[in-house]
Design a protein around this ligand. Structure first.
Ligand SMILES: Cc1ncc(C[n+]2csc(CCOP(=O)(O)OP(=O)(O)O)c2C)c(N)n1
Length: 241
């Protein structure tokens, strides 16, 4: 990480997710060979915090930009870091097609169930009944559709080699998430294709809760819809989805 002070809300999972990503690169000794693509959203300034070569893509386009970088420099480790509005709404096409092509990149997907940066609007990942600034009476499936489970969706595509869902809200979960991120970059080294790491995260400001309340709410409400664990390992689906 750089020495810049994080601008995330106190209690938000983004800082931890950044930190473990950078720790993995340092431990693998590949920081100088890595290029990250920041999204639009709260983590738009990831390039200020992550001490590796970074660029930033228009909203949702990070997997397409990462594709170009990875194909231009096939020996580099290339990753995107994206929120759920970015990855699962505005960039759905880029995400699906990069996964389907099996680009040799890592996608780190931080799912907090809403558009955090712009004021907590509904995202494709918003839970049924969840109140957001654009679903003030709660998400209604009939008119707004069901939450999209991106990890289960991309795991069906032959191009994904590793798909897992993690969280960073406890020490134990941080360790597991870090292990998953390490495995993902090792897959890049072995040129195995695309590794997709979902991190279910809180958005205590957007959810209008204290950090502790938001973590408890996440366990009780987000995890039943977005269960933690590996979904696809070494190109093989682990569980029916
Ligand atoms: C094409 C486009 N549409 C909309 C926006 C406005 N916008 C900026 S950030 C954001 C929400 C990002 O939410 P998410 O990707 O979930 O990340 P978070 O802020 O929650 O980490 C939106 C809609 C934009 N910049 N560009």
């Amino acid at each position: 990480m750089t020495d810049n002070a994080l601008t995330y809300c106190p209690g938000c999972g983004h800082g931890t997710a950044h930190n473990i990503t950078m720790e993995v690169l340092e431990e693998l000794g590949i920081g100088d060979e890595t290029i990250g693509v920041a999204p639009v959203g709260c983590s738009v300034f990831a390039y200020d915090f992550m001490n590796v070569d970074m660029t930033q893509a228009p909203h949702g386009r990070a997997p397409a930009v990462a594709t170009g970088i990875s194909r231009t420099w096939p020996d580099k480790y290339v990753f995107t870091y994206q929120g759920d509005g970015d990855l699962a709404a505005i960039g759905t096409a880029e995400t699906i097609h990069a996964c389907n092509r099996g680009e040799n990149i890592v996608i780190i997907f931080v799912n907090n169930g809403i558009y955090g940066m712009t004021g907590g609007q509904m995202a494709p990942t918003t839970l049924e009944g969840m109140r957001t600034s654009t679903s003030p009476y709660g998400r209604e499936i009939e008119s707004m559709g069901s939450p999209i489970k991106m990890s289960e969706l991309v795991a069906q595509l032959p191009g994904t080699y590793f798909v897992t869902r993690q969280s960073v809200h406890t020490h134990k979960n941080v360790r597991k998430a870090k292990k998953a991120i390490k495995k993902a970059f090792e897959n890049t080294r072995l040129r195995k294709g695309l590794s997709f790491i979902e991190i279910v995260s809180n958005c205590n400001s957007g959810w209008k809760m204290t950090p502790n309340e938001s973590n408890e709410w996440m366990e009780e409400n987000m995890f039943p819809m977005f269960p933690l664990g590996d979904i696809k390992v070494n190109g093989k689906l682990k569980q029916a989805s």
